[in-house]
Design a protein around this ligand. Structure first.
Ligand code: GLN
Length: 481
């Protein structure tokens, strides 16, 4: 097991990564994960621990059952460290929208030797900032997290750790509190690809309790297609590996001072025999808007269950209002229980689904999503086995490589400042511009630390593959590591 005592100077009270620390349980000596201490994002149910989703709405909720992924961790001998901070219900990019307070990026090099009080406070990224920071700070060997539009890859990039968002449907979502069901994926963060791979392989099993889970035949078909169309990477040479560089994923918003580490990684891959090919994903510029329409629409529907009566915080309507009217209870409970960002998404999503706006927003966004999937299918060598007419492309690429984020970790507001870093909320939304296309297409994507940007903070590079090619993505990740 890797170091579990946090490195000098790191304490959870400074980082705020863990919002619940599990009481020590007897260790199981057998099982694929018996060497690992693993933390779990606080939107994944774990029996006997709180599951708050960083929301006042669920502040009192303790799950009576384990999510399938937690059950798999326990059955395979992992030690559960506790629950990790996140943006409320997974909505956010900086882990500042949390009832538990923001997560502080623990990245060491930039702060080495400086007492915590004098350190530069930067965001850990969101929404899985607690999972990324817990791994980076050495509180655990690996952490489970969820990724709807980038919530694993963005914090991984900001904190200098690895983050895998698997192919949609490979890891069970049963017992994971939904944000946007058609996009939500459970994934893993760690410091080494080997650890990530072991944890992912344990979790990637068919679960009949999750209606969106990929069936065994679909997994097998995809695995066969990947095997057939991928190069053999054993022996150290990357000859035959074609890596696509999508120019749309180098947008105007990208901070050029982060490009050095990516260039060095590309040179390294080329020197080992890989071919680098420019490719185009023309629908990319529409991805961000489509994502926020689809994810907010699904969120508005998922958040409807928290009404203060059946689920979530109950807030007594103020004196004078009619307490027998359920609408009053709903309104007061929901206004008190949800933070501003969640309320904004509910309003946006409800509007997008309303009769007047449906065609122009929700349907358009679904069309964009199809175009984005088609863009990826056009460039990959491996056919999409989920499509009705899978077409291999002999000239296609095996994986895509692009920056994970448009910048290094943004600063957190000063200790007394507002919870909104950056100049506007739109700045926070733009952080996801590079991670969202793979989410809309349901593809496996791994963010690998590539080195430090000019400001001395980590830069991540993403490796993206065809649906079901998670093993190949991890193999390429090992070469980039
Ligand atoms: N930042 C994006 C959002 O707020 C993605 C979040 C996520 O992947 N959970 O929706």
């Amino acid at each position: 097991m890797s170091q579990l005592t946090p490195p000098e100077g790191h304490a959870n009270s400074n980082v705020n990564a863990l919002v619940h620390i599990a009481s020590p349980a007897p260790r199981t000596s057998s099982g694929a994960l018996s060497d690992y201490a693993i933390a779990v994002k606080d939107n994944i149910c774990a029996a006997g621990m709180p599951t708050t989703c960083s929301s006042a709405m669920l502040a009192e909720f303790t799950s009576p059952f384990d999510a399938t992924v937690v059950e798999l961790l326990r059955d395979n001998g992992a030690t559960l460290v506790g629950k990790t901070n996140c943006d409320e219900f997974g909505m956010g990019s900086l882990n500042t929208y949390s009832v538990h307070g923001p997560v502080v990026n623990p990245f060491q090099a930039a702060n080495a030797g400086t007492p915590w009080e004098q350190r530069e406070r930067r965001a850990a990224g969101g929404s899985s900032g607690g999972s990324a920071a817990a791994v980076a700070a050495g509180f655990c060997d690996a952490a489970l997290a969820t990724d709807t539009g980038g919530s694993i890859r963005l914090p991984a990039s900001y904190c200098g750790v690895l983050g895998l968002k698997p192919s949609y449907g490979l890891v069970s979502r049963w017992g994971v509190i939904s944000y946007a069901d058609s996009l939500d994926c459970v994934g893993v963060m760690a410091k080494e690809v080997g650890t990530l791979e072991t944890v992912f392989n344990t979790l990637s099993v068919y679960d009949p309790r999750d209606p969106t889970a990929a069936r065994p035949d679909m997994r097998q078909k995809a695995a066969q297609a990947c095997e057939e169309h991928r190069p053999n990477l054993t022996g150290g040479s990357l000859a035959g590996l074609r890596i696509g560089i999508p120019h749309e994923l180098f947008p105007a918003e990208l901070n050029l001072s982060t490009l050095g580490p990516l260039r060095r990684m590309l040179e390294h891959l080329k020197s080992r025999g890989a071919s680098l090919l420019p490719v185009s994903l023309p629908s990319t510029p529409y991805a961000l808007s489509a994502y926020y329409v689809i994810s907010s629409a699904e969120a508005s529907s998922n958040m409807a269950r928290y009404d203060g009566i059946e689920y979530g915080l109950y807030k007594e309507p103020p004196p004078g209002s009619d307490k027998t009217k359920t609408a009053n209870v709903y309104a007061h409970s929901r206004s008190a229980g949800f933070g501003k960002e969640v309320q904004k998404r509910i309003l946006l999503g409800t509007y997008a689904l309303s009769a007047d706006a449906f065609d122009n927003y929700f349907l358009q966004a679904q069309r964009v999503r199809n175009l984005i999937r088609a863009d990826f299918d056009r460039v990959f060598a491996v056919p999409n086995t989920l499509s009705s007419s899978p077409r291999p492309n002999a000239d296609g690429v095996h994986v895509l490589l692009h920056p994970s984020a448009i910048r290094t970790a943004p600063p957190l507001p000063d200790r007394n400042g507002s919870a909104d870093p950056g100049d506007s909320v739109l700045d926070a939304y733009v952080q996801d511009v590079l991670t969202i296309p793979a989410s809309l297409a349901g593809l496996p994507a791994l963010s690998v630390p590539a080195g430090l940007g000019e400001d001395g903070w980590p830069v991540g590079v993403s490796v993206v593959g065809q649906w079901g090619c998670d093993a190949m993505v991890l193999d390429v990740g090992k070469v980039c590591e």
